[in-house]
Design a protein around this ligand. Structure first.
Ligand SMILES: Nc1nc2c(ncn2[C@@H]2O[C@H](COP(=O)(O)OP(=O)(O)O)[C@@H](O)[C@H]2O)c(=O)[nH]1
Ligand SMILES: [Mg+2]
Length: 494
């Protein structure tokens, strides 16, 4: 029996690699065999521009542009005079790097030309490359797509690379780098291995169930592993929105009664005059949005109309929009005038918006609230705290006018945003896209049908389906449309 079980285990263990094997993409622009070239550094005048090629004719391209001199030693930079292969006209003196496949970014033969960044040099070298037989300009994302097709990057790593290129804040960069390092992929592969082992055990039971020599706890062990995996998937899914928020920005909505200083706060945090500030109540009516980098986290900051009743039709519409936006907030910044806490609009905001948010359980799924008592400069020094303490809710004192309390607010925002977005420097890798969430949910749903006590064949099928979802997550057997969607995020030359 032992031999039977180990053979099954080996057979099943081989399966995920088969599932994960990246197909070569077939015909179309991704057809292997062609050699592509593109400017890989940014457009426009710059000191140095990098032009890359990838494909079997890369060596020929290099020889054609360097007057057939020997290619430089692999992966080391050499200075060469580049000439047009047809006219022989000198184009530039450039650093040339030769990366023979498979030890290159794409896995194919690659060349990098570090030329001077003037537009005429760049277009001259690109034209020269275009005149070499077998070379054609690259499509957007084609270098990365080739790296994926040759197994150099998994799909989650490709997504990490796209995010790294687009990262605008420190936290986004950290998250993208972790994903590019393959942490999410490794986690999924570990989970897939657990499923493979469980599948091997269940299949062994189906094949040899009647055999007396079968170890007794084979099924129990599989059962235990699957339940532990379910718990791990569940906890990742509960966290799911965090990574996506970090990728696309957390929604912070500034709300409160009219004239409390909401627009002043939005302008202060965004360091630009986004909203009109005026002593006249009801100035802000539309929702005004601005993207900001707050403590390294990407944020979409919304200023809203002051919440009050009994106003004209236009302001009423503003209040309706403000309430609608409040529902979408990850974090609400509730602003009150500290010198006017007893007014009906302040009381109403505290009772209908602030108190319910404070009362809800502090798990990361719900909305969070920071209550700010603005205009602290108007309070006589000693009454500041005693008045506000009557609120019975946690709050921060602030003056948008003098800047007092701003450091404390920024510190509190950092803590809140780390809770809303997840801290990319610590903890398990986060799910950064809805696609990840979809496949993990699919995996979890499949495992719910794993009931070996009822039907072993169905239980084995549930494990196979669950494993397929994990494999799709890292790029095995992905459909062409999904790949197109992901690679569309890249620019030409990447
Ligand atoms: N004294 C004082 N006045 C402030 C402060 N913040 C805002 N204001 C004033 O309060 C008025 C209303 O501000 P605004 O930002 O338009 O409030 P909003 O209606 O809540 O958007 C304006 O005249 C601001 O100059 C503050 O910290 N102290
Ligand atoms: Mg305003």
């Amino acid at each position: 029996m032992w031999r039977g079980l180990s053979a099954l285990a080996t057979r099943a263990a081989r399966a995920p690699r088969r599932l994960c094997a990246r197909r070569s993409s077939g015909a179309g622009p991704w057809a292997p065999g062609s050699t592509i070239f593109a400017l890989s550094s940014g457009q426009g005048r710059c000191a140095i521009a990098v032009i890359r090629t990838s494909g079997p004719a890369s060596g020929l391209a290099l020889r054609s542009l360097t007057a057939s001199r020997e290619p430089p030693p692999a992966r080391s930079a050499c200075l060469r005079l580049l000439r047009h292969p047809r006219s022989g006209e000198p184009l530039d003196r450039a650093l040339v790097l030769w990366f023979p496949g498979p030890q290159s970014f794409t896995g194919e033969d690659c060349v990098e030309l570090h030329v001077h960044g003037g537009p005429a040099v760049v277009s001259g070298v690109l034209q020269a490359l275009g005149s070499v037989p077998g070379l054609r300009p690259a499509e957007a994302g084609e270098f990365t797509r080739r790296a994926f097709a040759h197994g150099k990057l998994s799909l989650t790593e490709v997504e990490g690379l796209a995010d790294l290129i687009h990262a605008e804040t420190e936290a986004q960069r950290r998250q993208a780098l972790r994903q590019l390092d393959g942490e999410l992929g490794q986690l999924c592969r570990g989970w897939a291995e657990t499923l493979t082992k469980a599948l091997a055990h269940v299949e062994a039971y189906i094949d040899f169930g009647e055999d007396d020599h079968l170890e007794e706890d084979v099924l129990e062990q599989a059962d235990k592993d699957v339940r532990a995996l379910e718990a791990a998937l569940g906890s990742h899914l509960r966290d799911a929105r965090r990574g996506q928020r970090l990728r696309s920005g957390a929604h912070i909505v500034v709300a409160g009664p009219p004239n409390a200083g909401k627009s002043s706060l939005v302008n202060l945090l965004s360091r630009k005059p986004v909203s009109i500030v005026s002593p006249e109540p009801g100035t802000t009516r539309d929702v005004l949005e601005t993207p900001v980098d707050l403590a390294g986290f990407p944020v979409l900051l919304s200023d809203t109309a002051g919440l009050r009743e009994g106003v004209g039709a236009v302001e009423q519409e503003g209040v309706r929009r403000a309430r609608q936006r409040l529902e979408q907030a990850d974090l609400v910044l509730g602003v009150l005038d500290a010198s006017d806490l007893a007014s009906p609009s302040s009381r109403s905001f505290l009772d209908t918006v602030a108190a319910p948010l404070v009362a809800q359980s502090p798990d990361s799924c719900g909305q969070r609230l920071l209550l700010l008592l603005n205009k602290s400069d108007l309070l006589p020094a000693r009454t500041a705290d005693s008045d506000a303490a009557l609120l019975g809710l946690p709050y921060l004192l602030l003056s948008c006018r003098t800047g007092a309390g701003l450091d404390g607010l920024l510190q509190a925002l950092k803590t809140e945003l780390a809770a809303v977005c997840g801290d990319p420097s610590t903890g398990p890798p986060l799910l950064t896209r809805a696609r990840h969430q979809h496949h993990l949910q699919g995996c979890l749903d499949a495992l719910r049908h794993y009931q070996p006590a009822t039907d072993l064949a169905l239980a084995a099928e549930a494990l196979r389906l669950a494993r397929r979802h994990l494999s799709h997550l890292t790029g095995g057997g992905g459909t062409e449309e999904i790949l197109d969607l992901i690679f569309r995020d890249f620019c030409v030359g990447k």
